[in-house]
Design a protein around this ligand. Sequence first.
Ligand code: ADP
Length: 397
Amino acid sequence: MKILVLNCGSSSIKFQFLSMTNERLICKGGVERIGTNDAILAYEAEGCSKRREVKPVADHTQAIENIISLLLSSECGVIKEKSEIKGIGHRVVHGGEEFSDSVLIDSKVIDCIRKFSTFAPLHNPANLRGIEVCSELLPGIPQVAVFDTAFHHNMPEKSFVYPIPYEYYVENGVRRYGFHGTSHKFVSNRAAEIIGKPVTELKIITCHLGNGCSIAAIDKGVSVDTTMGFTPLEGLAMGTRSGDIDPAIIFFLMEKLSLSSKDMDNMLNKKSGLLGVSGTSNDMREVTAEADKGSKRHQLAIDIFCHRVRKYIGAYAAVMGGVDAVVFTGGIGENGPHVRRKVCSDMEFFGIKIDEALNVAKGTEVISTGKTKVMVISTNEELTIARDTRAIVEKLI
Ligand code: ADP
């Protein structure tokens, strides 16, 4: 069974096409700068050299038309007919309180995704656009929505209700939703596989550290707490997002500097985190390079980043009453041994002890020698989306 996985953003679309008989990636690519005359089309397929083309792509319809043409192309295509695509899995950012798992998309699901656009105004409308365009261009092929929020759906109330007047939760849906669920689910299942026990017998802390960063406490396979909240702004320090700050800072700066709520939103989402502290970059590689040259501000940005990860690991071990494994994933989690070293130093009292040779070795999944396993696991959100899509499509046959 061949599954197309789509991640539709407002100006870009990423895709992967997988054969689910053996979970093999057949081809992948994407379209960036949608809506411009110099959009970038990228494509990689088995036995075919990488392609990159710059051309006008007016909208999501044209972007998906281009992707379908690539899949069908005589030179480096991978299918002869559209009907070889047996299912389409969409990454959808916000499933609100409605979805605890992936679902077959129908008009009701579409209405819900639209309704939750108020919580994810940058993401849900773009995800929805992708779904609508696929219904037009690939009619009759079942589509599945895989939500970033779904894995966190079963958090206990004490984790998801904010200590503000309760009506805001009941009437306005203000609560912790959590994000990166697909990644947390994938790496926690892989960690259980490596340990050789069912995930339902383990306490796992998963650290997804990329441009966006979040940590989840996964007790017996259930996400019982996570650092991102009502929006992906809460929790850890990220590439450009502040994570937790005293909310009073917002009112103080708005009054003192006559900033608007839009200014504050922009500052906390786009100008903070590694970028805000370092003053030059949101990219951990660049920040590290400057810190290594002696820049104190860049070193401080890394120190704050690691301190917060460490703090939440401690908090989540307390939440679960123990921890069997700490998992690092995402661009920084997978490729930043210096971050893992700093986060895990002096944590022997938790049973956490990294072996430095394993920490710097590429491709090693278990990097610890202590009682609590420390792992580096490559996340694969597309594969999780494809697996969920296959499971739902198989039931229709
Ligand atoms: P996204 O959240 O956009 O998917 P990624 O998971 O790709 O982002 O993570 C991007 C981050 O990973 C950047 O801060 C980047 O510097 C960092 N990163 C990628 N490769 C390395 C590396 N070799 N060493 C340190 N950081 C890295």
